[in-house]
Write a protein that binds this ligand. Structure first.
Ligand code: SIN
Ligand code: CO
Length: 390
């Protein structure tokens, strides 16, 4: 069954089928489980063998563009090393007492990007990344809780998951990771390759590798109110237009010059009350904020970019794809890409949106001037890349 998505009132078929949620439809899952309670899905991805080997994961962790962590338990003491990791970090690890976690694997592997697409019954605005972990038999990162929803898809090897809704939130003192001191499991499952466990935010969980195993965590983002407010205030600051200044002609000498006068307070209040925003500011802000690349992400511009004419000719013959690191969202008349906003017509929006599914959008009937011009800007910025095939 192909997945369906609503698109400006129209239903489009997405080329990537959703992950199985057992006998639940995405709607039923969202109604009964999402943000509410855990769900175990046996054979969510039957025959899943993982997308990369242990060696390839270690290689990624050594790359300085990749966020990775190596959690090590020496006796009862936890140690956490942040990437880029080195050969030395991997030498002399205590047997069965460590775990490697690599973030944003979807930025590097097309198959990992496609795996995220299997979860697009949740809006892209809520998606964060695919993290892949490796642990030898006995390894893990200890009992903890996360502030975000997560789907834990089991790759090669088996992992035992212990979970609890009710727990003592006390954390292990002086540990570099947040580890629950007194965790007691309420439910336990042994996950085999292809099985999946969904956990809502703040559910305590403890994953112990039964064999050397890899776990694929599909993580979501939910900004705190404070984060949203701070980023919105930054957005407003960038878009403020005023060159007026505080004035006080007719100033009266104050009895106490130390005191902030009533007049000054009133004038400041009147100035601050001029800060106004409307629904379209919120729309712009959300698109820009939610597609802003993480701070360690950079886009390589083509060293010798093609001319516009050559570009259009080339992508008719070859293929154009979103850079795997690009974040795209749309809203009524706009496309947001990597923290930038593009006002577009509905046909161009529809054409360009196909990039998210790694579809070849530039077939003869999708080419138009507007799409071509926007694509060219994205190509020059390194947000899309020319490839030979999908
Ligand atoms: C892991 O893969 O080891 C940890 C994933 C998680 O607990 O969120
Ligand atoms: Co976790």
């Amino acid at each position: 069954m192909n997945a369906c998505n609503s698109f400006g009132g129209q239903i489009i078929n997405t080329p990537i089928p959703y992950i199985s949620l057992g006998n639940l439809t995405p709607d039923e899952f969202l109604q009964e489980y999402w943000q509410k309670k855990p769900l175990l899905v046996r054979k969510a991805l039957p025959g899943f063998k993982g997308l990369l080997t242990r060696q390839e994961l270690v290689q990624l962790a050594k790359n300085d563009e990749v966020q990775s962590r190596l959690a090590i338990k020496n006796n009862r003491q936890w140690e956490l090393k942040h990437g880029p990791l080195t050969n030395r970090d991997f030498s002399r690890l205590p047997e069965g007492k460590w775990s490697l976690l690599v973030q944003d694997v979807n930025h590097f592997l097309p198959s990992a990007y496609d795996l995220l697409l299997k979860f697009s019954f949740i809006p892209f605005a809520r998606m964060d990344d695919l993290m892949v972990s490796y642990a030898p038999a006995g390894g893990g990162i200890g009992p903890h809780y996360d502030s975000y929803d997560v789907f834990l898809l089991q790759g090669p090897g088996r992992r035992r998951w212990e979970i609890a809704a009710d727990y003592d939130p006390k954390l292990l003192a002086n540990a570099p990771l947040k580890i629950l001191q007194n965790f007691k499991a309420e439910q336990t499952w042994l996950l085999e390759p292809g099985d999946m466990l969904y956990l809502p935010p703040n559910y305590a969980h403890h994953g112990i590798a039964v064999d050397a195993c890899m776990t694929y965590s599909i993580g979501f983002r939910a900004p705190s109110h404070l984060e949203l407010i701070i980023h919105f205030l930054n957005y407003l600051q960038d878009n403020l237009e005023t060159d007026s200044r505080y004035t006080d002609a007719g100033l009266k000498q104050q009895a106490n010059p130390l005191e902030i006068s009533r007049e000054m307070r009133q004038q400041a209040r009147a100035i601050l009350q001029k800060i106004k925003w409307n629904a379209s500011d919120v729309e712009d802000f959300l698109g820009i904020y939610l597609t802003e690349p993480k701070s360690h992400i950079f886009f390589d511009r083509p060293a010798y970019p093609l001319s516009f004419k050559k570009f259009i000719k080339t992508i008719r013959e070859k293929n154009i794809q979103l850079n795997l690191k690009s974040r795209m969202l749309t809203s009524r008349h706009q496309i947001f890409l990597n923290g930038e906003t593009y006002k577009v017509s509905q046909p161009a929006k529809k054409n360009l949106s196909r990039l998210i599914y790694r579809q070849n959008l530039f077939s003869k009937n999708h080419s138009d001037d507007e799409t071509g011009k926007i694509l060219y800007q994205w190509y020059v910025n390194g947000y899309v890349v020319i490839t030979d095939s999908i």
